[in-house]
Design a protein around this ligand. Structure first.
Ligand code: 6PG
Length: 227
């Protein structure tokens, strides 16, 4: 595990764009990326749009989605489109809309199987980019969510108390990613970051990080102040 502490949110966004671009460069051999939703990564995605990558060969997907149409303000794919995919010729694979969230998740799971590389243990994303919530969730794997138990699935839906239906990559799928980058910023994340990085933590973000093959943590000084 590597932790890079950047002096501020701007430097963090630049570093995140650089690290993602490096893993999608022609020399890297990888062309797929699962992206986090939320607000932290937006600055990095905007900077990534300016990086000279083979964008027409890049296939992107959201590691989680709210159960809303893509034109809804809460849509993660909508956010990523405005920040990045409206500006580069990459393909953003979006969760198909179904009234039933579980049907949408199952349909997207089948779609991921058709676009992501297949390894010995199942589909193997090249790169996933994740955030961490103040409760220790990552993607839409929330503490106590039944999605955490779906170890034989790649992408599922769960009704999250207080947040509605969420669709998410599972710990199984995330653990098979070749590269994992976490992006965490802000003083409000200092406590949870310290908790998640502690050895005995079993919160979802800690589980995903522990099972990751080479987790890279990109954090700003405010989030790192208790480390
Ligand atoms: C989402 C995200 C979620 C996010 C964390 C952190 O759908 O909200 O995918 O997992 O990464 O909630 O969000 P912030 O970066 O906005 O704090």
């Amino acid at each position: 595990m590597v932790i890079r502490i950047l002096p501020n949110a701007d430097a963090l966004a630049d570093a995140a764009a650089d690290e993602i671009a490096q893993r999608l460069s022609p020399a890297s051999g990888g062309r797929d990326v699962g992206l986090a939703g939320g607000s932290t990564p937006q600055a990095a995605y905007r900077r990534l749009a300016e990086r000279p990558l083979p964008w027409s060969e890049v296939h992107a997907w959201m590691t989680d989605e709210r159960h809303v149409p893509i034109d809804h303000p809460e849509s993660n794919a909508g956010m990523a489109g405005r920040a990045l995919f409206d500006h580069v010729p990459a393909t953003l694979h979006t969760v198909p809309w179904h009234e039933a969230a579980m049907e949408a998740a199952a349909a997207f799971e089948r779609h991921l199987a058709s676009i992501l590389p297949l390894g010995p243990a199942g589909i193997e994303p090249w790169l996933v980019v994740l955030g961490v919530g103040e409760d220790g969730h990552t993607a839409s794997l929330f503490p106590g969510s039944p999605a955490l138990d779906a170890v034989d699935r790649d992408f599922v839906a769960a009704d999250v108390p207080g947040r509605g239906w969420r669709l998410t990559a599972t710990t199984g799928l995330l653990s098979r990613a070749r590269h994992t980058v976490f992006i965490v910023a802000g003083a409000h994340k200092a406590e949870i970051l310290t908790t998640v990085l502690s050895d005995e933590c079993d919160l979802p973000a800690a589980r995903v990080a522990r099972e990751a093959r080479d987790p890279l943590w990109l954090v700003d000084g405010e989030a790192a102040r208790l480390l």
